[in-house]
Design a protein around this ligand. Sequence first.
Ligand SMILES: [Zn+2]
Length: 166
Amino acid sequence: MSEKTSLQEQVRERFRQYLTANKLRQTRERFAILHAIYDIEGTFTIEDLQEIMQLQRFHVSTNTLYLTTQLLVEANLLLRHPFSTSAAVFECLPDNRPRSYQICNSCHRITRIKSKSLAQSLETYHTRSFTVSHRIAYIYGTCAMCASAMEKQLKLLNQKAQADIS
Ligand SMILES: [Zn+2]
């Protein structure tokens, strides 16, 4: 069994247990959505997920997608990032390893940070009054693309101001 297949099996089993424990139905749609989600690398929105399901010719309503992702979040199989964008951003959690992200304040683009020191700090963080379920850090700022766009805009504004004076 490949690493990926065994992960898919583990995840399916955890979802099955969650549904049984909560007396929820184990529908074909729910497992098809779970399968599609665990094939996605990185972050995604409901809209992205809908497109993927359509490409696989699996027709599910947006409502089913919302409800199933909600169940997966509650089952701790999916993370909903607390970003302040208009659409909810999700990512699957195949393991409990620490993760860190940088988020652009301007375009809201999210990128994964691969920093050993940050991962180590997250890994060793413990406190008595709080039971940790996920170790995730967010760093906010401006991405290179937005910074260069802002610089260009500033230059144009300055040129315009100069032209207005002369
Ligand atoms: Zn940006």
